[in-house]
Design a protein around this ligand. Sequence first.
Ligand code: ADP
Ligand code: MG
Length: 707
Amino acid sequence: MADQRAAAPRLDIGGIANPRSVAVFGASDNKDKFGGRVMHYLTRHGFAGRVLPINPNRTEVLGIKAFRTISDAPRPVDVALLAVPAAALLQGVRECAEAGVGCCVIMTTGFAEAGTDEGRDLERALVDTARNAGMRIVGPNCMGLISPFAKMALTSSLVLEIDRIQTGHVGLVSQSGALMVSIFNRAHDAGIGFSLCVSLGNQSDLEICDFIDYLVGDDRTKAICVYVEGFKDGARFLRSAAACRAARKPLVIVKTGRTPAGERAAQSHTASLAGSYGVLQAACRRHGAVLTDDPDAMVCLADLLVRWPNMTGDGIGVLSPSGGGAGIGVDRTTEAGMRLAQLSSATKQRLLEVLIPPQADNPIDLGGRRSGDVAGTAGKVMTPLAEDPDVAAVLVVLTTVPFYEQTTRELATAALAAGKPVLFSVTPGSAADGPRRGLRAVGCPYFDSLDQALRVLKLMVEYRTLDQAIAAPPVRPPGLAAPAGNPSPGRLTEPEAKRLLAAYGVPVTRESVAADAETAMAVARRIGYPVVLKAVARDLVHKSDVGAVKLNLADDAAVRAAFAAITETVRKALPDSAIEGCVVQEMVRGEAELIVGIRRDPQYGPVVMVGAGGILVELLTDIELALAPVSHEQALEMLKRLRLAKVLAGIRGRPALDAKAAADVISRLSFLAVDLGDRLVDLEVNPLMLRRAGDGVIVADARGLLS
Ligand code: ADP
Ligand code: MG
């Protein structure tokens, strides 16, 4: 989206996060009021810049000189905070623009988010006013921002009733104000500090990606969390995600508000299966960003990735003070799809010095120690475990042991010294208060449920895996032309879609369209019996639904009968549309059927999808999506992630199928998606018949819609 800014911005985001001065509209001493709380939190947390209370009825607020209007306030005013009612807001924003304010942070609600024309118009007017003046807007409908290094809490939220704002290295960009403050609160309690927290609300001017880009360049920020309902510009988000990766800053995202795919394309399986959330998942995978549905896990993960930026491998070491804890730890870790580390014999030897033989292996039950002194043993067990080359991270499952404060400390200290990620899961309940104290004392993160510890650990492994799997940009397969001819807009018939595919080197059935039964028989003889006959009618999307596909026709008589039957059924089913004749094609056989589709996602651009084909396609939803284009290798990886992968590899003594040939089709189609550009609505092959390894694949049916 082009930025229709009339004047150059007066202030950049660094200036908004570290303002020289902040004006508070409606400033008050009364903490029951918005403007009162904001004033309290600004002063309480020691904001070093100048605070400028704006209130026509006051000469001072909290002992600070107040001004009647913003134009009376001394310049420069970098940031103005407005929580005034919607009706008075535009006037306030105009005054700010005239007074040279750099950025308005607007908490007021009732704009575009209200879904009314008035709301939208008012928001438009705010943005126009600001842009004409070069003033920026955060909001409206937001909860402001918290800039810990500037000791600035620019929000009215009660979560700021804390003594001190911790600084840290996680940047949080949230569309929702409520989520920003709840994440802040949760993180504060867990000792997680931020470099910046901002809520963007309606993103009327400054949007999520503006802040991601800022944080990418901010030295204090080492990981970025994003809570988003909708990106304003999907392509821009992809660039921001790529920038995070280039800067080696993990990006963790929670996205809600899953939008259904566009209605226009809803007739295709590709559109209904490859909805925007799935595409975002694919986009995140491509750029090494982690997508999760839990804000709490998001911030914990970011914290762990900041603490331990260099986790390598995926082996998990499990340790517990009890056999029960060790057992549950192992079961749950493996059920969650993670791998138990295989300890080296050297590690086992070291463990044997302090543990009895059955316990000197992963998982470790501290109960199986040789001497009675558990606190003295703890470090001697943790150190070799954490130092084992196959241990990427350690999971400690603390069952209730009230007297374990010292032991927990020893465990944590040894783990931290080893430099590997360690996640403690602490049993809920007051009996574990001692261990919690011990962990807090040494600054070690912990989780109050095993579920959450596992969820975050799994995301951590996923981040590393994604990070390592990101491949070089796909190379165009040899011999790819630009789209053959220039297909006309609208629906493509099966033969038209197949011609487009054939031009991209995708194998399709030998076939020819016949306008009458005589021609059909002649074509059939040329192709060789048995053949398949199908109606060619532009408006007919699912041919077999109306009996317009006749398979395995053995001779002339069968072709003649099929031609008549198909013509008749299509005339009945679609009385108003023209049937162009029947396509006569070779009868092909395969061991399995795939669906391969491409579409242009309105947010993220061209995507390619592959899945188990056939009539159960939407029921099974065994599909994989990727941003186009994809290389042959990436296409093979997509196939491996399908549940159908077992069938491709050869299940129960059946032969392996030609996954390589299928991957080639996926890659070629993905390039077609890119080449078609804006013209592509969607195009799909269903089925792609898979033969045995080495025997190739062939497109039996295809359809498409171009604009
Ligand atoms: P529809 O428009 O209903 O998807 P298709 O052309 O896909 O029609 O035909 C329906 C089914 O018939 C396919 O899923 C496939 O199993 C089978 N089929 C279609 N064409 C051929 C062919 N040339 N050889 C063998 N089987 C075919
Ligand atoms: Mg089909």
